[in-house]
Design a protein around this ligand. Sequence first.
Ligand SMILES: Nc1ncnc2c1ncn2[C@@H]1O[C@H](COP(=O)(O)OP(=O)(O)OP(=O)(O)O)[C@@H](O)[C@H]1O
Ligand SMILES: [Mg+2]
Length: 263
Amino acid sequence: MIQATNNAIRRRIEREQSDAVLMANRAGIVPDAWQSDLLRSDAQQMILLCSRQSGKSTITSILALHQAIYTADSLILLLSPSLRQSQELFRKLQNFYTELDSDYLPQATEESALRMELSNGSRIIALPGKESTIRGFSGVSLLIIDEASRVEDALYQSVRPMLAVSAGRIVLLSTPFGKRGFFYSEWTDGQGWQKVKITADQCPRINAEWLEREREMIGDWWYLQEYFCEFVETNDQVFSYDDIQSALDPDITPLFERSDSTI
Ligand SMILES: Nc1ncnc2c1ncn2[C@@H]1O[C@H](COP(=O)(O)OP(=O)(O)OP(=O)(O)O)[C@@H](O)[C@H]1O
Ligand SMILES: [Mg+2]
């Protein structure tokens, strides 16, 4: 009888390993179609341009947990503009881990409010959004940047090399925040990304009447940005992004060109 039970559990674990949606189910989440696609994707680079409250943090925390549990020795970094926000994402992941509640999964050998280490050697670390404090990690398997439109470009530039040797994955998730920064440029021009856009009307948990009231409360600018994922100009932009782009003329040679051609 015990043998039969063990075999059943082993089969379930094997199924979960190859399909993170099954793990999400056991953690209490029935993913929306786009969330399931994300969990089953093997893209190296993903950008989620999604409405507020659409479930982007939830599903990336499941993705991270699945990687940690089922790929030994994974190093997973959770980044966002502030430590508080990274910790929030980490807390979601911890809650799902607790929900799974299985003796057959790698156990947490070290756990704090910012970090978890599993008995299979995987580590998950929540980090602050300051470039100076996060250098030094290498061999990163999965890098998640939540609220990415509000993360500084310098931070993005400094973390990308951490993926180089390990051929790790990167997931950027955010609502827009003006036509600026790496999130905007990767979304509009970036090559080699799986791009997912989910507006509020596509989320089954966001009610249409509630949305209409919200539009009246917060005004069109915020509404389009927060719920319909539009890159509207930021309030502090003196010139529009499109005006600046159209003013640039690639045929004009700069007056002073850099002499250092290696940069
Ligand atoms: N597939 C799902 N089924 C049920 N509830 C879900 C699902 N996905 C997300 N939720 C719930 O929806 C709420 C919002 O989810 P989440 O915080 O992940 O959204 P978000 O897009 O990151 O929001 P924000 O932009 O505010 O950070 C949470 O209460 C979460 O538990
Ligand atoms: Mg979120």
